[in-house]
Design a protein around this ligand. Structure first.
Ligand code: UTP
Length: 223
């Protein structure tokens, strides 16, 4: 299968340490035997910290996004280091480069591309671009809930949702640099128009990636 995997910065760099990069590298290298893998890494707290400094310096939103993109690319570089020879050694800055690098038969790892969306959108666009069989979004919650699980104890995990319903659900949310909420609207638009099979799962346990590829019913499927 050709798989695009987005790994949230809040998953891979929750703290400033290397462990999660190492854990993911191990699993991704094992998947490389049977699948063509593209990874998009998010910015997490380091991106938000840097964006805040830029904002305090009165940078405009697009400029703040640009700072965020740089941090996502740094995180991508860390994952490339962790993957060693299994990864293409450079971070593609656009989709054409990602495709070109994939001809090496190595795992391609990228970060953001341009302002005004998050790496979720990059993953969805890349999935469309490379005609991926599956898009997996690894985030820091178990999937999409009917309301915020950090606030409401009775929030229910949605096992599946249509792209249209998800679009309506997310429409009201914030979209400033560093705060593209749970999943951004551009990503949902792309999934809607191309019908890419998409699963959102909790990435805090890297083994969940193996579960989802083994067809276990976890997370939220966008249908
Ligand atoms: P993320 O995709 O990590 O956004 O990119 P996020 O919503 O903050 O997600 P987590 O916390 O990693 O899960 C970090 C920031 O970089 C900019 C945006 O400002 C985003 O919030 N960015 C990223 C872009 O402007 N364009 C991109 O293609 C990617």
């Amino acid at each position: 299968m050709r798989i695009v995997i987005t790994i949230g910065g809040s998953v891979v760099i929750k703290a400033y340490e290397h462990q999660k990069f190492q854990e993911y590298a191990k699993i991704l290298s094992s998947l490389k035997q049977d699948h063509q893998i593209f990874i998009v890494v998010g910015g997490g707290k380091p991106a938000r910290d840097y964006i805040q400094i830029a904002r305090d310096l009165k940078a405009g939103e697009a400029h703040c996004d640009d700072i965020g993109i740089d941090i996502t690319r740094l995180n991508a570089k860390l994952l490339i280091i962790a993957l060693g020879d299994d990864a293409y050694p450079s971070v593609p800055e656009n989709f054409q480069e990602a495709v070109a690098y994939s001809t090496s038969n190595r795992i391609v790892v990228m970060g953001g591309t341009e302002p005004a969306h998050s790496t979720d959108a990059v993953g969805a666009i890349l999935a469309e671009y490379v005609k991926a069989d599956l898009l997996v979004n690894l985030t820091s919650v178990d999937g999409l809930y009917d309301k915020d699980p950090k606030i409401y104890d009775d929030a229910v995990l949605l096992e599946k949702i249509s792209a249209q319903e998800m679009w309506e659900f997310l429409r009201e949310k914030d979209s400033k640099a560093g705060t593209y909420e749970f999943f951004d609207l551009t990503a949902v638009q792309m999934i809607k128009r191309s019908g890419i099979k998409t699963v959102i799962i909790n990435g805090d346990l890297p083994e969940n990636l193996l579960k989802v590829l083994g067809n276990h019913k976890i997370g939220t499927r966008i249908v």
